[in-house]
Design a protein around this ligand. Structure first.
Ligand code: GTP
Ligand code: MG
Length: 347
C-alpha cells in the first residue's frame, strides 16, 4: 500500500512543497501527483536554486521521479509551460490528465468581478471560477484535452499512478493549501478555498483509493500564517517584528506569498485547528516547519540533539497532544535543512 499523502494542517504555506521535495530526494519515489491549482505556490531551496512551483510537482528535484497533474487539478497553461521551461523538465517526465480544468482569462475576470480579493483575500488565480465551470458543465469550460499546447503531455493519470502501485512502487500525493481553508471543513466559510484540502479530498482528485495509503504526513508550521488582506480569522496573530525579536534572527524576518506577493499574516501556534485537522486527516506522521523561527540557534540543524531545549520541548508537547510522531523537522527553507526522525524501515 505504498502511497504517501502530504497535506497542510493549518491555513496553508506550511511547507508541503519542501517536505515533498525532501521525500522525493531521500526515498524511493516513483511518482508525485500534484493536486489543487495555480492558487497555491510551493517554494523551497535546493542545490543553490530557489524553486517556486505553482503547477509542477515538487518531486521535480529528483530526475527519476515522474510528475503528474491530477484529473481533479486546475491548470494555468502559461504558468505550467513557463515552469517546465524554467526548471528544464523533460517533456516525457510530466503528464496531465485530459480531464483537469484549465484557467482562462475569463475565469480570472469572473473572480475579479465577484470581488473575491476584497471579500476573502483570494489570489484571483481563476482556480475557483474554472472549477465552478467544470462543475456546471458550462459550455465555456476548457479542459486540458481542449488545449492544443497541452496535447503532448496528456495521459490517463489515475491509470498510470495505479500501475505504479500495482508494481509496489511509491507514489506521493502532493496536497495544496491547508486544512483550515477547506471548502467543507475549514469552519470559516466563505473564508475558504474552492476545494476540499483534506487527505481524502486530495486522493479523490488524484484517483487513488484510500486503501493504498500507508502514510499521511500532516505538515504544520511553528508559526501559522494566512495570506495577506481580509483572509479570515487567525487566532494569536502577531507581527513579523515580534517574530524577528523572539527568534533572535540577525535580519528582519517577513514572508511574502509565493502567488500573491502579499505580506503574509503570522500567528503563534494554535492547537485547536491542528487538532481538528488531525481528527479529519488521521496523520501517521507530523512534519513541522519553521523551527528556526522558534530560535535562530536552530537554523539549519540536522540532528534533534542540536535543537535548543525549549524547541525540543515544543516538539514533544505537540507529539504528546496529538499522539502522532513528529518525524520530519524543518530548520530552514533548504531541502537539506531537515531533521529526519523516521525509523530506517519507514523510509
Ligand atoms: P501551499 O500549498 O501554497 O500552502 O504551499 P506550501 O505548504 O508548499 O508552502 P509555501 O511554499 O507556500 O510556503 C512555505 C514557505 O516557507 C516557503 O517560502 C519555504 O521556502 C519556507 N520554509 C519551509 N520550511 C521552512 C523552515 O523550516 N524555515 C523557514 N524559515 N522557512 C521555511
Ligand atoms: Mg504556498
Amino acid at each position: 500500500m505504498p502511497v504517501t499523502v502530504v497535506v497542510g494542517g493549518q491555513y496553508g504555506s506550511e511547507g508541503k512543497g519542501k517536505v515533498v521535495a525532501y521525500l522525493a530526494k531521500t526515498d524511493d519515489v516513483a511518482a508525485v501527483v500534484r493536486c489543487g491549482g495555480p492558487n497555491a505556490g510551493h517554494s523551497f531551496e535546493w542545490g543553490g536554486t530557489k524553486y517556486s512551483l505553482r503547477q509542477v510537482p515538487s518531486g521535480v528535484i529528483n530526475p527519476a521521479t515522474m510528475l503528474y497533474l491530477a484529473p481533479g487539478s486546475v491548470v494555468n497553461q502559461s504558468v505550467l509551460l513557463e515552469e517546465i521551461d524554467r526548471y528544464s523538465v523533460r517533456k516525457n517526465r510530466i503528464r496531465i490528465d485530459p480531464l483537469a480544468a484549465t484557467v482562462t482569462e475569463e475565469d480570472i475576470g469572473t473572480e475579479e468581478r465577484l470581488k473575491l480579493k476584497e471579500r476573502i483575500g483570494s489570489m484571483l488565480s481563476g482556480t475557483g471560477a474554472a472549477t465552478a465551470k467544470k462543475v456546471l458543465r458550462h459550455e465555456g469550460v476548457r479542459l486540458a484535452r481542449d488545449v492544443r499546447e497541452l496535447e503532448e503531455f496528456l495521459a490517463d493519470v489515475a491509470v498510470e499512478l495505479n500501475e505504479f502501485l500495482s508494481q509496489g512502487k511509491r507514489v506521493i500525493v502532493e496536497g495544496t493549501q491547508g486544512f483550515g481553508l477547506s471548502l467543507h471543513h475549514g469552519r470559516h466559510y466563505p473564508y475558504a478555498t474552492s476545494r476540499d484540502t483534506s487527505a481524502s479530498g486530495m486522493l479523490s482528485e488524484a484517483g487513488i483509493s484510500p486503501l493504498h495509503v500507508d502514510q499521511i504526513i500532516m505538515v504544520i508550521r511553528t508559526l501559522p500564517i494566512r495570506v495577506g488582506g481580509d483572509s479570515g480569522p487567525l487566532p494569536n496573530e502577531i507581527s513579523w517584528e515580534e517574530v524577528t525579536k523572539v527568534s533572535g534572527y540577525p535580519i528582519p524576518v517577513a514572508e511574502y506569498g509565493t502567488v500573491s506577493g502579499r505580506l503574509r499574516r503570522v500567528a503563534r501556534l494554535d492547537m485547536s485547528i491542528v487538532r481538528r485537522s488531525a481528527m479529519v486527516n488521521r496523520p501517521t506522521q507530523i512534519g513541522l516547519t519553521g523551527v528556526d523561527y522558534l530560535s535562530y540557534r536552530n537554523s539549519g540543524a540536522r540532528m534533534f540533539d542540536d535543537l535548543i531545549d525549549s524547541s525540543k520541548e515544543f516538539i514533544v508537547n505537540i507529539e504528546t497532544a496529538l499522539g502522532v510522531p513528529l518525524s520530519l523537522i524543518s530548520t530552514g527553507p533548504g531541502v537539506d535543512n531537515t531533521i529526519d526522525r523516521r525509523p530506517r524501515g519507514a523510509r
